[in-house]
Design a protein around this ligand. Structure first.
Ligand code: AMP
Length: 282
């Protein structure tokens, strides 16, 4: 497995694949890898001749300095995991390599989907995501790029990004990997004790409850049941629960507003922010 820390060296490695018109699969990550990430790598390996993973904790997508500082870093273990599954290349730049001395975001207009949910609660988040993913796409020029539905809004944003920037990249969404408790795998789970991870499975359980109630209850009724459940919970605090259309990501109040409704949650356990989502129609 090749490890690159510099853009130029990665470019020259990839130039052979580009000139032979080999398909290049790309999986961007922020490291602290788990089975969810590895499932994206496996999907890429299945579809492409070469797979590149990036590991970069992108400062411009964090609105909370403490969250950035505490973001888990397990690079040696990550490289070991990737090597074990025969990943071809890993790009591990530092902030200077990606931003020079100007750690700031480009402004993007994603047509409004950037203003809901994560965009509303994490100011500037999707400008940061757009900035780094655009730079990585321009550098690597992958044929296909793999993103998890765990960050469903981000996946939709990236689909818009390639349209706006007219990049010939096929963006592929991959299903959410969960612990046996239902808890969505996340690098941030590493900041929780085993007991807290058990508690955090409540997020998925509540999404599953919303799905179960969806055929019978109205959306306002489901919203208030979920709110209530969280109010009763001793350690988790709800930031938002929204039922939204998958494409517009606009919250809906009646079922006829969307054919593809999905429930989205963000919640805190102590200071760790967790997100999850679940389709309500299949
Ligand atoms: P991150 O390292 O958190 O930026 O995530 C890198 C990629 O892995 C993103 O496309 C995420 O959506 C995806 N991902 C993270 N957690 C999961 C999961 N539990 N299942 C599937 N994909 C995931």
């Amino acid at each position: 497995m090749q490890i690159f820390r510099e853009k130029e060296l990665l470019r020259s490695y990839l130039s052979n694949f580009h000139s032979r018109k080999n398909s290049i699969g790309f999986v961007p990550t922020m490291g602290a890898l788990h089975q969810g990430h590895l499932s994206l790598v496996a999907a890429s390996q299945k579809d492409n001749e070469v797979t590149v993973v990036s590991i970069f904790v992108n400062p411009t997508q964090f609105d909370n300095l403490n969250d950035l500082k505490k973001y888990p870093n397990t690079l040696e273990k990550d490289l070991h995991l990737l090597k074990k599954i025969n990943c071809d290349a890993v790009f591990v730049p530092n902030a200077h390599e990606m931003y020079n001395n100007d750690i700031s975001s480009e402004y993007f207009d994603f047509g409004g989907i950037e203003n809901q949910m994560e965009g509303a609660f994490r100011k500037g988040h999707f400008d940061g995501v757009g900035t780094i993913v655009k730079r990585l796409f321009q550098l690597i020029e992958p044929s296909k790029a793999y993103f998890g539905e765990k960050d469903f809004q981000q996946l939709q944003i990236i689909k818009r990004l390639v349209e706006i920037e007219k990049l010939p990249i096929h963006v592929i969404g991959c299903p959410i990997h969960r612990e046996t408790t239902g808890l969505a795998m996340s690098s941030r789970n590493q900041r929780l004790t085993a007991e807290q991870q058990e508690q955090a499975a409540f997020i998925y359980k509540t999404l599953a409850l919303a799905k179960e109630l969806f055929p019978e209850k109205t959306i306002p009724q489901i919203n208030s049941i979920v709110k209530n459940e969280f109010e009763k919970h001793p350690t988790l605090s709800l930031e938002y629960f929204i039922i939204a259309d998958e494409t517009t990501l606009l919250s809906i109040e009646t079922k006829k507003e969307s054919r593809n409704p999905r429930a989205f949650i963000a919640a805190y356990l102590n200071s760790v922010r967790l997100i999850d989502n679940l389709s309500l129609y299949n």
